[in-house]
Design a protein around this ligand. Sequence first.
Ligand SMILES: [Zn+2]
Length: 164
Amino acid sequence: MNEQSNFDTQVLVNSNVNISDAKLWQFFRLKIGKQMFISKQYTREVLTISNCVGYEENGGEISFGFVERFLKICYLDCCANVCTCEEIPYAIVNTCKLAYPFDVSLDETIDIFVHKEKLPFIGKCETSTECKAVSTAKLLYVCSVVQVKSDTFIVRPVNLLDTE
Ligand SMILES: [Zn+2]
């Protein structure tokens, strides 16, 4: 086992994924419905999409992170050449925390209404080194990433119905 597969094994174990008697297959992009998810290791120049995703936690809340790679778990009793395992692949996600720094003040009528709203779809990203295994069934959408000097902002899709 090389360093990366040791790392992935540890991430899966920490995320309570059963990998006993299993072999890991890695791959670098995944199409779910009409949406293409790519990983950091997908090196072809498809730079119109990022590897930043929003995903659903087990409790239902939405978290964000960067997909390092996808892993399919193949159990050892599966025949070798054509995998018959039905398991849903996992994404190894480098998680990040978001802060929402933007307030928008709309002066609808001068001095009478100052309507304050957050912009909940732009978050400032605090990167971490923490990785977790996320079932790809929990991936929700691909986010845009905007780099401003040393700050990274994650912009989640505003109109989820218009992804064509
Ligand atoms: Zn298999």
